[in-house]
Design a protein around this ligand. Structure first.
Ligand code: ADP
Length: 269
C-alpha cells in the first residue's frame, strides 16, 4: 500500500534495530490510514442515507401534480426531520474532529455532581414524554479537572441513551460519588439492555445494536465514541455492563481533582 516501504537489515546491531522500529512505525501508519479511510467511508454512508430520503421525498412531491395538501405537508415534514438528522450527524462529526485537536491545557476544576444535575434537568421533559423516571444520587465534592462543557456532554449522552433505550414505566439511575482518588459517574437503566457480544463494540464509531431503533430515536451512532474519547482525554475510563435483572449500567471514572497550591501554579514560584 501507500506505506509499503520496508527496511531489511539483518543482524543485531543498531542499524538492524532502527530498521525494525521503522517497520513498526510503517505498520502503525498503515493502520491509522486504514482507520481514517474507514471512518470517511462510514461517515459518507451516514450522510448519504438522509440525503437520499430527502431527494426521494422531494421527487414524490414534484412528480405528483395531484398531490393533496396533507400528503405534501407530511412529506415536507419528513424532509425537515431528515435535515435535522443531517445537522446532528455533522455536529457529532465536528465534535470528533475537535477531540483530536483540542489542547490539553485550559482546564479548570468542575463539580461533576452539579454538571450531572444540569444534564438530568435538561432531559426531564424527554424522560417524561417517554414515561421514564430519573432517580439521582449526587454526592458533594466530586471535583474533576475538565475543559468547558466536556463533562456535560458525557453526562447528557449517557443519560439521553438511558432514556432513549428504555420502556415506558422504566427507570434511569444517575449517581456521582467519590472512591479513593477517583470520581465516579454511574448511569444505569432498566431499558432494552445490550447483548453481551455487542458490549465491546458499542464505543466504536457508528456502531449500533439496533439500527432501526437508533434511527427512530434520532441516533447517530457516534455519541458513545465521542464520550469515550472525551473521557480518555481526561485521563479517565468508561465501561458498560449488563445491569441485573435488566438494562445496562455505564460507569465512568475520572481522576479526582485535589487542589495542589504548590504544583498548580506551574512556573510561578
Ligand atoms: P446512538 O446515536 O445510536 O444512540 P451511541 O453511540 O450513543 O449511538 O450508542 C451506540 C449504540 O449503543 C446505540 O445505537 C444502542 O444500540 C446502544 N446503546 C447505547 N446506550 C444504551 C443503553 N443505555 N441501553 C441499551 N442500548 C444502548
Amino acid at each position: 500500500g501507500e506505506y509499503g516501504h520496508r527496511l531489511q537489515i539483518e543482524g543485531r546491531d543498531e542499524m538492524a534495530q532502527m530498521a525494525e522500529e521503522f517497520n513498526q512505525l510503517t505498520d502503525r501508519l498503515q493502520t491509522t490510514e486504514e482507520v481514517r479511510r474507514r471512518f470517511v467511508s462510514d461517515a459518507s454512508h451516514e450522510l448519504k442515507t438522509p440525503l437520499a430520503s430527502i431527494r426521494l421525498l422531494a421527487d414524490s412531491i414534484l412528480q405528483n401534480d395531484q398531490i393533496d395538501r396533507d400528503t405534501a405537508r407530511e412529506f415536507v415534514s419528513d424532509i425537515g426531520a431528515e435535515a435535522d438528522r443531517l445537522t446532528r450527524i455533522t455536529e457529532h462529526l465536528l465534535a470528533l474532529t475537535r477531540l483530536d485537536s483540542l489542547p490539553a491545557g485550559q482546564t479548570e476544576p468542575v463539580d461533576l455532581s452539579q454538571v450531572a444535575d444540569r444534564a438530568v434537568s435538561m432531559l426531564l421533559p424527554v424522560a417524561d414524554a417517554a414515561g421514564v423516571t430519573i432517580e439521582k444520587d449526587l454526592k458533594a465534592d466530586c471535583v474533576v479537572r475538565s475543559t468547558g462543557d466536556d463533562l456535560y456532554q458525557i453526562c447528557f449522552n449517557l443519560i439521553e441513551n438511558a432514556v432513549k433505550y428504555n420502556f415506558p414505566g422504566g427507570k434511569v439511575f444517575v449517581s456521582v460519588y467519590r472512591d479513593t482518588d477517583q470520581v465516579l459517574l454511574e448511569v444505569g437503566d432498566t431499558g432494552v439492555g445490550i447483548p453481551e457480544e455487542d458490549l465491546p463494540k458499542i464505543f466504536n464509531r457508528f456502531y449500533r445494536v439496533d439500527k432501526a431503533r437508533s434511527r427512530a430515536a434520532g441516533g447517530t451512532g457516534l455519541g458513545l465514541s465521542i464520550a469515550r474519547d472525551t473521557v480518555r482525554r481526561h485521563g479517565g475510563w468508561i465501561t458498560a455492563r449488563p445491569r441485573h435483572p435488566e438494562g445496562t449500567l455505564f460507569t465512568v471514572g475520572f481522576p479526582q481533582y485535589t487542589a495542589q497550591p504548590d504544583r498548580d501554579e506551574e512556573g510561578e514560584g
